[in-house]
Design a protein around this ligand. Structure first.
Ligand code: 5RP
Length: 203
């Protein structure tokens, strides 16, 4: 593989499945270009006869599971032995930015329900402090203008930009909007997360 970044994604995606997934397990499978490699590897293991099933974090991942031959079961129909997912940034205390691919709500549901959560990233995602990557915030569309005003009202230097794809407002698998929020460096991600979650309309 000529692209070193893609090679790193493949390496971590394959390694996570090889190291943490055992025959008979239910695996939470993440969303994105890194998680894609873990999905592919899971498919290879299924093709070899292992009894693996997946719980998926997005419609895109469900489609990839179909392509790679990984059986999908509904959320909470099985205990999730291990969840494997990418991230947009990882801080030294394991605080994560997620949602670059828009699947943050389901990704978090599966991560917190799983017995074990494995994050797979190439080294470009490892940072001293979160904040270089804009923080994705999922918002119920009815409240979008409200939330878009509240964020800079509470964080005066912040800029909350509605995500647009192909000239249209982006919608998540849950039918919601995303605000990509530039906060600058984030010294205390947990406090920021709690403050955002307290704004009515933020999912
Ligand atoms: C999707 C996510 C992804 O895990 C994150 O965006 C990383 O994606 P990629 O591996 O393509 O860089 O949170 O909502």
């Amino acid at each position: 593989m000529s692209d070193p970044k893609e090679a790193a994604k493949r390496l971590v995606g394959f390694a996570a499945v090889d190291r943490y997934v055992e025959d008979g397990m239910c695996v939470g499978l993440g969303t994105g270009t890194t998680a894609c490699w873990a999905i592919k590897r899971t498919g290879e293991r299924v093709a070899r006869g292992e009894k693996l099933v997946a719980i998926v974090t997005s419609a895109a991942t469900e489609k990839l599971c179909g392509d790679f031959g990984v059986p999908v079961v509904p959320f909470m129909s099985r205990d999730i032995d291990v969840a494997i997912d990418g991230a947009d940034e990882v801080a030294p205390d394991w605080a994560l930015t997620k949602g670059g691919g828009g699947a943050l709500f389901r990704e978090k549901a599966i991560a917190i329900a799983a017995n074990r959560f494995i994050v797979i990233v190439d080294d470009s995602k490892v940072v001293d402090q979160l904040g270089r990557f804009p923080t994705p915030v999922e918002v119920v569309p009815f409240t979008l203008s409200w939330v878009q005003r509240r964020i800079p009202a509470q964080f005066p230097t912040a800029k909350a930009t509605e995500r647009v794809r192909d000239g249209q407002p982006y919608r998540t698998d849950n039918g919601n909007a995303i605000l990509d929020c530039a906060f600058g460096l984030i010294p205390d991600p947990r406090t920021l997360s709690a403050a955002l979650m307290a704004i009515h309309g933020v999912l």
